[in-house]
Design a protein around this ligand. Sequence first.
Ligand SMILES: Cc1ncc(C[n+]2csc(CCOP(=O)(O)OP(=O)(O)O)c2C)c(N)n1
Ligand SMILES: [Mg+2]
Length: 410
Amino acid sequence: MADAGMLHFHVPEPEVRPGGTPDFSNVTIAAAGSVPRPDIDVDPRTIRDMAFSIIRVLNRDGEAVGPWAGLLSNEELLEGLRHMMTLRTFDARMQMAQRQGKTSFYMQHLGEEAVSCAFRKALSPGDMNFPTYRQAGLLIADGYPMVTMMNQIYSNEADPLKGRQLPIMYSSKEHGFFSISGNLATQYIQAVGWAMASAISNDSKIAAAWIGDGSTAESDFHSALVFASTYKAPVVLNVVNNQWAISTFQGIARGGSGTFAARGLGFGIPSLRVDGNDYLAVHAVAKWAAERARKNLGPTLVEYVTYRAGAHSSSDDPSAYRPKTESDAWPLGDPIVRLKNHLIGLGAWSDERHAQAEAEILDTVIAAQKEAESHGTLHAGGKPSTRDMFEGLYAEMPPHLRRQRQQAGV
Ligand SMILES: Cc1ncc(C[n+]2csc(CCOP(=O)(O)OP(=O)(O)O)c2C)c(N)n1
Ligand SMILES: [Mg+2]
């Protein structure tokens, strides 16, 4: 019974805190293969349930089942496995480089590798991602050179961004990777604007917007949905729900909406949830959404249900706010292990080949790291020129900057 006259302030609380036993019994997981695959021109009103379920392809035995299965060949799956393994190895080396003082900052993707690696394979050349710092897999899976990524992380003389961006905030127009902004959510509305521009100019390219669960609380997320829905912008609206926004659990930003995908329903946007640790499911859903955008059917909102197994960044210590064993208890497993087991089940892979691939990938990453370090690290070797600080913003440098450059003598 409600108290008469006495108001209570409501603050959602996570199920467990450090020291407690992890409990994901509240995460309802649909059986693999059980969620239908509608036609891309489906009436959004008829698929509202999909915003509350989870599309999954790989079942507990590692088999690919149901209507979202069957899009990728064994070769493509092996390539995907290699991309995810490369990203994980890259992360481990760069995290270590941060601890060694070679860079000031690093952010890992541990447990979330499938999301960006599989999504990239659903895009076409010329499409543009507006990523967060947690989608380096978009670059790895598109063959962007790891050395160049490392040069950026080290802010060295070969850094294409010349030390002007925080480490890991890459940018590559050629690889469809819009410059990352540290101001969360700004990229979401930019993605929609870019997609609208593509439609206005009768181009064929689509955009992909990216955001984390916590950042959906920013008003840019909601403004982006207004524009995307009104103008049927050719954009895929991605929300990566990795359960945490630094120390804040996803229940704060989600509020009363039940799921992040459900945010799209009020805008009439088809909204799906997908198992973010299932490479095949991520790819199939991304393809479906990209196809809709390309056929002038407008935006699709996709929530990737995953778990951030690592720390938020090299400056974070998760043991302060969640049980240490929580990532082991995550019910959707590890994306690399799941794809590996699937490929073994198909007879296309083995534990021996996996171990050999791990060793080869480590050698490749170490070789790239050696090359990057020959161009300098944070405190040693070559650096971008001080003059670069003044370049690249204005087509014509304003007088006050010209004066400052002269005063600096560069
Ligand atoms: C506008 C803004 N507010 C706050 C921050 C500080 N901040 C950086 S990352 C982060 C958490 C974001 O969490 P989420 O959106 O879930 O993404 P995740 O890190 O989990 O991938 C916060 C609060 C920021 N960079 N920009
Ligand atoms: Mg998050």
